[in-house]
Design a protein around this ligand. Structure first.
Ligand code: AGP
Length: 638
């Protein structure tokens, strides 16, 4: 059973600016495919689901119209299991909808898997996005006699549409009326037993496209699901609805039910490009998803008022958190770097002693642990063997444990007492990018919650919540200037060794920048605190040593400036990442500026150009950036 205290308090969805053709499948992790045509629907839907597998999922299901009945098959687990279930209990019909779910709102289970049906089982819905007023709607529906069978927000849609259908029998009108009652985001596909061979789709904030085939029409959240059948597509815009059968499609505004001109586009990607949303690599796609993934980590968690940060079940374990006298973060690799930033924040905002430990070292060290020490595991995958063992050790010693995890239902999520999910969406590139920035954002939320429990002033919290809200747009500003980093990468290509320096909150960013470069491009790179330079690494500096300095205008800035001068005096080549446009261009050989924010949040911004730099150097050196040699995405062995 999934831990009930994990903060499954919202579902992410793509937001913020993104180039549709360039991103095709933004952060939304669940997948939708729908089909109506002349052939059996089930094999086509299954194949489409398989094409969506790369996105990650934990359950899957489909609904097929069989005469005037709906046949539903759902499984918790792999699409192969869905296939086996369909082989055992065949399902026949020429139209249907299907879904892969990546649990965010309710644990992975058959009852939470999509499609969801209304009380009578006459209408089925698959949904990506979040219904923000689901709790209220669910209560109202229950009072009106509907039987709710899942923990999901999505299920309310089936009941709402069914209810509207008693007043307005045509499916598209019932869908339109129901969606007007809904707050939040959706990409949906709906079928009704009473209207064979018709499918209705609608979109607000969650991508959906219609595929126009010969005697067949498709819908999908991601081009890869339908590209083998057709390349003629219509991308639904927010607020639009598509009504289609085998012979074609009509697009309408959801609110007015007025017709919209069809904007047919031709996809010229191959299947692999489609999975990458048109990007050359998953790593690049994931770097570009950060405005959305950060927004997803924040979604539903900034609520305003005196205690403006809401972390789901935080209050259930508030007593352990309140009485804690020490915090230990434990993690590996990039997650350890995020932990360093989290530790600085916890000490600054919550005034609690905090340390960060490599899980692999700590677990074998016989550490001193008291029951009032909270041990927090940070992990994208939730499966890293050393982090898992470190949490296990903490539990055996009687410490409360907590997880900051991206993968819902993963081993670390299940082992810890409570936690925060990142909701950053599946990360496929071996190099962690969007997970890192979401980890920093989640750690900020955690530090603010702890801070409020320990007397942090509301005005200070407000500064942070304002700054957090601005982050997705600021990351987008950096991404809009990615060409500058590409050009910088080309100028640095000849070098085989790099130093990365930073101080304060920028020290872990320097470590992370160096890790990115070495894992992606196999170029030797080391990160140091700029202050440690004179204790050894400065001996390495000459005109052949590029030194990447993370020097935003923060509390450490004056000190870092003098460290930069030390490098310059020894002929080093200075590549500066800063939020300060003035005064650095003379000192630096290369300067890239990021927008300004609070010191603690600068790592979210300064890490993005470093991700891009590693990516472009890796690509220019001909490396397989998505699957670097010798590395695995989840390190499940010691
Ligand atoms: C990140 O780019 C690395 N691939 C690696 O350091 C990773 O962060 C580390 O293995 C920890 O993984 P986790 O976050 O899934 O626990």
């Amino acid at each position: 059973m999934a831990r009930c205290l994990y903060f499954l308090d919202h579902k992410p969805h793509p937001t913020g600016p993104h180039k549709r053709l360039a991103t095709g499948s933004p952060t939304t992790m669940c997948g939708i495919i729908a089909y109506v045509g002349r052939d059996e629907a089930a094999p086509i839907l299954l194949k489409g689901l398989q094409r969506l597998e790369y996105r990650g999922y934990d359950s899957a299901g489909m609904a097929v119209q069989n005469g005037t009945r709906l046949e539903i098959r759902r499984v918790c687990g792999r699409i192969d299991a869905l296939n086996e279930r369909i082989l055992k209990f065949p399902i026949s019909g020429t139209s249907g909808i299907a879904h892969t779910r990546w649990a965010t709102h309710g644990k992975p289970s058959v009852s939470n898997a999509h499609p969801h049906v209304d009380t009578a089982g006459e209408l089925a819905v698959v949904h990506n996005g979040i219904i923000e007023n689901a709790d209220l709607l669910r209560e109202q529906l229950r009072r009106r006699g509907h039987t709710i069978r899942s923990e999901t927000d999505s299920e309310v849609l089936a009941h709402l549409i069914a209810e509207q259908k008693t007043k307005e029998p045509r499916l598209q009108f019932a869908v339109s009326r129901a969606l007007r009652l809904v707050e939040g985001t959706f990409g949906i596909a709906v079928i009704s037993a009473g209207e064979p061979d018709k499918i209705v789709c609608a979109r607000r904030g969650s991508p959906l496209m219609i595929g126009l085939g010969k005697d067949a029409t498709y819908a999908a959240s991601d081009a890869s699901a339908i590209i083998q059948h057709t390349r003629r597509v219509v991308y639904l815009e927010d607020g639009e609805m598509a009504v289609f059968d085998a012979s074609g499609c009509v697009i309408m505004r959801i609110d007015l039910m007025s017709k919209v001109d069809m904007r047919i586009e031709e996809i010229d990607w191959d299947v692999q490009e489609a999975e990458r949303g048109g990007y050359a690599h998953f790593m690049l796609k994931e770097i570009y998803q950060q405005p959305e993934s950060i927004a997803s980590t924040l979604r539903g968690r900034l609520v305003g008022g005196e205690d403006p940060v809401r972390l789901g079940g935080f209050h259930d374990i508030a007593e352990s958190l309140r009485s804690a006298r020490r915090v230990i973060f434990t993690a590996c690799g990039t997650s350890w770097h995020a932990g360093q930033i989290g530790a600085y924040m916890l000490e600054e905002l919550a005034r609690i002693p905090t340390s960060v430990e490599y899980a692999s070292e700590w677990r074998y060290r016989d550490p001193v642990l008291e029951p009032d020490t909270i041990v927090i595991g940070i992990s994208q995958s939730g499966e890293t063997a050393d982090t898992l063992a470190a949490i296990d050790l903490a539990k055996r010693r009687g410490c409360p444990t907590f997880g900051i995890i991206n993968t819902v239902g993963s081993s670390i999520a299940r082992l810890t007492d409570a936690g925060i999910y990142l909701h950053a969406g599946p990360e496929i590139g071996v190099a962690s990018t969007k997970s890192f920035t979401s980890q920093v954002v989640a750690l900020t939320l955690f530090a603010l919650c702890m801070g409020r429990h320990r007397g942090l002033a509301p005005e200070r919290v407000k500064q942070y919540t304002d700054a957090l809200t601005a982050l997705p747009g600021q990351v987008q500003e950096i991404l809009d200037r990615a060409d500058e980093i590409r050009a910088l990468a080309a100028r640095l290509l000849e070098h085989d060794n790099f130093l990365y320096l930073g101080r304060g909150y920028s020290f872990p960013v320097a470590l992370e920048g160096a890790l990115k470069l070495k894992e992606i491009s196999y170029v030797h790179a080391e990160g140091f605190s700029a202050a440690e330079m004179k204790h050894g690494p400065i001996a390495l500096i000459d005109e052949n040593m590029p030194v990447v300095v993370v020097a935003p205008r923060d509390a450490s800035y004056p000190k870092v400036l003098s460290n930069m001068q030390e490098v310059k005096a020894r002929g080093g080549r200075l590549i500066t990442i800063s939020s300060e446009p003035n005064g650095l261009s003379e000192l630096s050989d290369e300067l890239f500026t990021v927008p300004h924010t609070l010191d603690a949040l600068l790592p979210v911004l300064t890490s993005v150009p470093l991700q891009l730099l590693a990516y472009h150097i890796g690509v220019m050196r001909g490396c397989d950036v998505d699957k670097p040699r010798n590395l695995a995405k989840s390190v499940t062995v010691e």
